[in-house]
Design a protein around this ligand. Structure first.
Ligand SMILES: Nc1ncnc2c1ncn2[C@@H]1O[C@H](COP(=O)(O)OP(=O)(O)OP(=O)(O)O)[C@@H](O)[C@H]1O
Length: 253
């Protein structure tokens, strides 16, 4: 099976989206998210984070401007994957059947390849033993891991995540953050995540962009060393980046 596998840069050129009624959710955003890096988008509620993500995913068309991947997605299905806040699994399908779903839309992938790829990614999220369980038999954290596995089964070059762990308790969200970083290290994709959690952004991202009123107002490079693990939260440098982001958000309040 040969599907997308190398990280792609995301380039937004003068992207705007008007919803009508005077709502300009994204306002002339020009930005590049580098290939293979982790980027976080933060900002007050309603500033356009989700809309920018949806524009990049192709779920929404810009009113003006354009979004490109570099290298471009030439006929490669499953190139851009999206993880939403809710795992949204099909309740009548088992874990593995949910994970195989995106591959069923790619006709050149055989049934055996679909199963192999799904088991492979389920092993990565430590759910191989639960492959035949139904969603109602899984905990919230397990469902989110299935959702992650489903997003990654096509070996996307870009993973977009919209507050994926917001509904989970703090310990679980920290564990899943670490899991996502280990998947990112193994599978080499570009990751763009929306979060309200400054600690999560500080720990996980190479750079953090602060949005306000549809625009990217500040971009902060995060020089914390890699690999990023939970123990970094105790370092002075973590406190510095956390404080800087808090100040920027307060400016926007
Ligand atoms: N489908 C839609 N139709 C009309 N307006 C919309 C639609 N989706 C979003 N908006 C508006 O666009 C603006 C940006 O919304 P968006 O969901 O992108 O913000 P956000 O930063 O992700 O917010 P939050 O942090 O609360 O999720 C808001 O004013 C919102 O009300």
């Amino acid at each position: 099976m040969s599907i997308a596998s190398t990280a792609a840069a995301i380039r937004c050129d003068h992207v705007s989206l008007d919803f009508g009624g005077g709502v300009r959710a994204v306002d002339d955003v020009s930005i590049e998210f580098p290939a293979g890096e982790v980027t976080a988008l933060i900002g007050p509620s309603g500033c356009g984070k989700t809309t920018l993500l949806r524009l990049i995913a192709g779920l929404q068309r810009p009113t003006s401007g354009s979004v490109h991947l570099e290298p471009p997605a030439v006929g490669s299905d499953g190139e851009v994957a999206f993880v939403f806040q809710q795992p949204s699994l099909l309740p009548w399908r088992t874990t593995i059947e949910n994970v195989m779903l995106p591959l069923e839309l790619i006709h050149r992938v055989s049934a055996v390849e679909r199963r192999d790829a799904a088991m492979d990614v389920l092993r990565c999220v430590d759910l191989a033993d639960s492959h035949d369980r139904l969603p109602h038999q899984l905990s919230g954290g397990m469902k989110m891991r299935v959702s992650l596995a489903r997003a990654l089964v096509t070996r996307p070059s870009v993973l977009l995540m919209d507050e994926p762990f917001a509904a989970l308790d703090e310990m679980l969200r920290n564990q899943l953050g670490q899991l996502v970083l280990s998947l990112w290290a193994q599978r080499a994709f570009t990751m763009l995540m929306v979060t309200h959690n400054i600690g999560e952004a500080s720990l996980m991202a190479h750079s953090i962009h602060v949005m306000r009123k549809g625009r990217v107002e500040h971009s902060v490079d995060n020089a914390l060393p890699w690999p990023r693990n939970e123990s970094l939260r105790r370092q002075v440098a973590f406190g510095e980046i956390y404080g800087k982001l808090s100040d920027l958000l307060r400016e926007h309040a």
